[in-house]
Design a protein around this ligand. Structure first.
Ligand SMILES: Nc1ncnc2c1ncn2[C@@H]1O[C@H](COP(=O)(O)OP(=O)(O)O)[C@@H](O)[C@H]1O
Ligand SMILES: [Mg+2]
Length: 269
């Protein structure tokens, strides 16, 4: 059987930012590929450069060197084929729940006729269990509901590549677990390609085909770990010995990088 086609391809990508006191090297020589339908997570210490990597895929940051391709074309800017979920909730406070979901469907390449727009909004209201709150404003929603709304917005425009930057970080454990299963359900139905950034080793293993461990700054790839569990997955998986072994292995790698990142932060004595 043919391998699924390559979607996103980082090839020896490096990034430095210019700063008043010289420059800061944030990403160093990263190469990895995400294929159609794959779910890949990046884990690594805060400040190591993960959001920078995602911003390149989104088209907001340009590599200083190396190449970054989507579907064999260089990424030169943002595009309607990518749905981005940022660390902060990606919802507009001045729009209602249904207006938030419809927002992207009124713009540019994703513009849809009113009837179709309404059908999509209704479908996601239902899927995210937000129908009762369709006319509510985000400030009246719980954190979990706002997160579901952000997910609905990102999904409504039907991007085939989803870029998610710590989307579940602010949620309590129960809501987070419910969001994981909701995401897996949707992915089973819709077959998206996903790049997820997360602090949580468990989340990365539970959701992904592959977990990429990123080093302390500058971001380098420490290890790429294949996650062998078939989909659909269920939360009981997290009690399995094989899951625990992977968790221990990846945790150790990540903790080493956290320590290295901390050492950078401490002023020299
Ligand atoms: N536009 C920028 N200009 C200068 N430095 C930046 C910029 N964006 C991020 N940085 C720095 O790059 C490093 C990595 O940031 P980021 O990619 O947000 O890491 P992470 O998401 O892993 O926490 C941090 O030290 C941050 O301060
Ligand atoms: Mg970040």
């Amino acid at each position: 059987m043919d391998e699924p086609r390559q979607r996103l391809r980082f090839d020896h990508v490096s990034v430095s930012y210019g700063t008043p006191d010289g420059g800061i090297e944030v990403v160093r020589d990263i190469s990895f590929t995400i294929r159609q339908g794959e779910f890949v997570s990046l884990v690594g210490p805060s400040g190591c450069g993960k959001t920078t990597i995602m911003n390149m895929a989104a088209g907001f940051v340009v590599p200083s060197s190396g190449s970054l391709m989507l579907d064999d074309r260089p990424i030169v800017g943002p595009g309607s084929n990518r749905g981005v979920m940022f660390q902060e909730y990606g919802v507009f406070p001045w729009l209602t729940v249904e207006q938030n979901i419809a927002f992207g469907l009124k713009l540019g390449a994703n513009r849809k006729p009113a009837a179709e727009r309404q059908a999509i909004v209704t479908r996601y209201l239902d899927l995210m269990r937000l129908s009762e709150f369709r006319r509510a404003y985000p400030k009246t929603l719980s954190g979990g509901m706002r997160q579901r709304l952000a997910l609905a917005r990102a999904y409504a425009v039907n991007p085939d590549l989803l870029l998610m930057d710590e989307p579940f970080g602010a949620l309590d454990a129960q809501t987070r677990s419910a969001m994981h299963d909701l995401l897996l359900d949707i992915l089973c139905v819709e077959g998206k390609t996903v790049l997820l950034i997360t602090h949580s080793v468990e989340e990365a293993i539970y959701l992904s085909n592959r977990v990429v461990v990123i080093s302390a700054r500058p971001s380098r790839i420490r290890q790429i770990i294949d996650i062998p569990f078939p989909y659909p997955r269920h939360s009981a998986l997290q009690e399995e010995p094989e899951f625990n072994a992977l968790r221990a292995q990846i945790h150790e790698l990540v903790m080493r990088e956290y320590a290295a990142q901390e050492a950078q932060r401490r002023p020299p004595v």
